[in-house]
Design a protein around this ligand. Sequence first.
Ligand SMILES: Nc1ncnc2c1ncn2[C@@H]1O[C@H](COP(=O)(O)OP(=O)(O)O)[C@@H](O)[C@H]1O
Ligand SMILES: [Mg+2]
Length: 357
Amino acid sequence: MADTERNRFQGAPRQPAAPRPRPEGATAPPPGADPGDQAVARDIAEGIELVQGIRVIRKIADGGMGTVYLAEQLGTAGFSKTVAVKVIKRDWLRDKRALGLFIGEAKLVADLVHDNICQVYSLSRYRGHLFIVMEYLHGLGLDRFLDAHYQAGYLPPFEYSAFLASRVCRGLAYAHTKRGRDGRPLGVVHRDVTPSNVMLDFRGSVKLTDFGIALAVSNQLLAGPGVVTGKLDYMSPEQALAITVDGRSDIFSLALCLYELLTGQPVYDAKDVQELRAQHKRKVRDPREINAQLPEELALITMKALAYNPEDRFQTAKDLGNSLEYYMYRDKWGPTNEKLAEYLQRIFPDIDRDRIV
Ligand SMILES: Nc1ncnc2c1ncn2[C@@H]1O[C@H](COP(=O)(O)OP(=O)(O)O)[C@@H](O)[C@H]1O
Ligand SMILES: [Mg+2]
């Protein structure tokens, strides 16, 4: 480890372990347990293949949208590839409109292939459930990364926070400008850039997950009181107002994640969308008031990306990413995937980063 890095690490500002508001609703299913969900869970537990060639190994986590499993995709002559499978909760897709939106978006993002995006391999149906087969990431979400820091009582080094956000920018910049086979822009917007959807691979890669699955859900979030409230807090003002959104909405949501990395405090904490709209109207507190050690440049970048009016933000994810990279690499020293992997190993010493399953 370079001396500069050690100094910077040790110099990370100490914060009291902030109890991060993480309502149960953030991971709880929508009301009403579905017997269909239980049947699928049983099939999975008994090792029944979901469709030909996908066999579940174990559950990874219950999430806001469904359950994620570690699985293998089987081929001929013992060929097997490790994948992740997300079985979407049926409650999200009960009505035809939600289902249509979901499938429409999934089709749109099928060809997104980028270092900083978790790749989707296929979308299938099993017992009326939709499930997504995707790249398996041996790592953890930014939510757990933040929690580990809160518990340890310090914040991540600023450079690493800038690095994480800059890598998400690369993924967003690619997706926002992606064109379809006919050459026309697809107009992809993620709509759900939250700490749990930014994953850190233990080898040091940063990947945005759940591209294209938020559209159907965001409609229900806006309609229903308090469902998955953890996600509400990362919506942009225009999203909360149900106005048409573009890539600048994702920039705002990413900046909320960055603000939290830099200060240890989430910007918004709303129980429903009305409260969130009211909170959006308030001026965002300068992050240097919370953390006096924060470099001015990084604070200004974050605040610009958090402008209420999309016109006043960085206009593209590329611009935001460039500003972060300029900040990080100006001294000819800066984080890399390898350094992030070493840092993760220090924070999570028990993890075997080479072990896949
Ligand atoms: N491709 C993947 N590989 C490995 N783990 C994953 C993958 N996608 C999601 N996970 C894990 O499963 C959890 C639940 O995912 P998700 O349903 O998207 O819930 P959330 O609402 O927390 O985003 C995530 O927090 C993450 O830890
Ligand atoms: Mg997710």
